[in-house]
Design a protein around this ligand. Structure first.
Ligand SMILES: Cc1cc2nc3c(=O)[nH]c(=O)nc-3n(C[C@H](O)[C@H](O)[C@H](O)COP(=O)(O)OP(=O)(O)OC[C@H]3O[C@@H](n4cnc5c(N)ncnc54)[C@H](O)[C@@H]3O)c2cc1C
Length: 333
């Protein structure tokens, strides 16, 4: 918990890629006293939680980089300038105090800041569940909603459920590590990237379509799963060591509406300076919708927005400070 009135220049909500880059920019490029508050126990946001083992090809300067490696590099870049990074602390409220100071209420305490940059992606990650108590009883005992270490499935029989990119990518990723991979999807077609689906049908992954999970069995941990064909009602019980549910994530941005922020759908409305309707509060990355622009939920656009937001925030707290920070190549970093 932070001390009362330990005032920061900028507090960044969310240590995803955009928040980490913003922290580098604020602490490293602008010398701002910087704090990052992250709801999860890890940094990297979607890179770490949703697709750590996928290659990214459209980050400038990296022809190809694994998402987890990019997340690590962003963390190293940010932490070189010693911002205060606080994990496992979800921000739940934001209030303006007398004198224009912002009070951020988290699940553990309060923090104070002259400016706030919201880089919260799609809000807190809440995996979509099956709503089946026989499955939920084995959560973390064979049932998982994300994969942070693929090697835990080495030589295991793994069932993956879902039809989107995450499900198909994990099936392909684990096929050479696991003893067997079974992909269960309730529809006849996959929503995943066409190239991945072609690879899937040429791989040893056992594809069960159109099947759905009916029941999970086991003593202390998951041992088997019953699935059924939703056209014929035929049931099959398959022995598995792990069930990985890739059913997407629930987007909950209601929190931000409660803070008095103007929204555009599920995103926070910002202008070209990344300013929200609240003075000294900015947004960048997936959570931001820039009016009069095109919404592209991409790393490259998020990084650019982070740089704009930080420079504008610097100028907000010190109007004499130039908006343009100069080039990093000309600085003694
Ligand atoms: C499968 C997949 C593949 C992708 N591939 C690419 C690609 O190839 N190229 C590309 O450019 N983009 C890609 N993207 C998109 C890219 O990952 C996102 O644009 C990027 O992660 C957005 O970064 P962000 O920091 O804005 O948000 P996020 O990565 O979502 O991070 C937000 C962080 O904020 C935290 N947070 C949320 N609410 C709170 C709160 N109240 N308090 C504290 N912390 C909070 C979250 O826990 C999270 O850590 C892909 C996305 C997916 C899902």
């Amino acid at each position: 918990m932070s001390k009362p009135f330990d005032l920061y220049d900028i507090t960044i909500i969310g240590a995803g890629p955009v928040g980490l880059f913003a922290a580098f920019y604020a602490a490293g490029m602008r010398g701002m006293r910087t704090k990052i508050l992250e709801a999860l126990g890890v940094t990297g946001g979607q890179l770490t939680v949703l697709y750590p083992e996928k290659y990214i090809y459209d980050v400038p300067g990296f022809p190809k980089i694994l998402a987890k490696d990019l997340a690590k590099q962003l963390e190293v870049q940010a932490m070189a300038y010693k911002p205060t990074l606080i994990l496992d602390e979800k921000v739940v409220d934001l209030k303006r105090l007398d004198g224009g100071i912002w009070e951020l209420q988290t699940v553990k305490g309060v923090h104070f800041s002259k400016t706030v940059l919201i880089t919260a992606g799609h809000g807190a990650f809440t995996p979509r569940k099956l709503g089946n108590p026989s499955v939920e009883r084995f959560e973390n005992m064979g049932v998982y909603y994300s994969v942070t270490d693929k090697w835990m499935f080495k030589d295991k029989k793994v069932m993956i459920v879902g039809g989107g990119d995450s499900a198909v990518d994990w099936a392909l990723n684990l096929k050479d590590i696991a003893a067997e991979v079974i992909l269960v999807h309730r529809r006849g077609e996959f929503r995943a990237h066409e190239g991945s689906v072609i690879e899937l049908f040429h791989s040893p992954v056992k594809i069960m379509i159109p099947y759905e999970v009916k029941e999970a069995y086991g003593k202390d941990r998951l041992e088997a799963v019953k699935i059924f064909n939703n056209k014929t009602n035929e049931e099959v019980v398959l022995e598995v060591d792990a069930l990985i549910l890739q059913l997407g994530h629930l987007v909950d941005v209601s929190l931000f509406k409660g803070w008095g922020l103007e929204m555009e759908g599920n995103a926070i409305k910002v202008n070209g300076r990344m300013e929200t309707n609240l003075p000294g509060v900015y947004a960048a990355g997936d959570i931001a919708h820039q009016t009069d622009s095109v919404k592209l939920a991409l790393l490259a656009t998020g990084f650019g927005q982070a740089a704009i937001a930080v420079n504008v925030a610097k100028n907000y707290i010190d109007p004499k400070a130039s908006l343009f920070p100069g080039h990093s190549s000309e600085k003694r970093m």
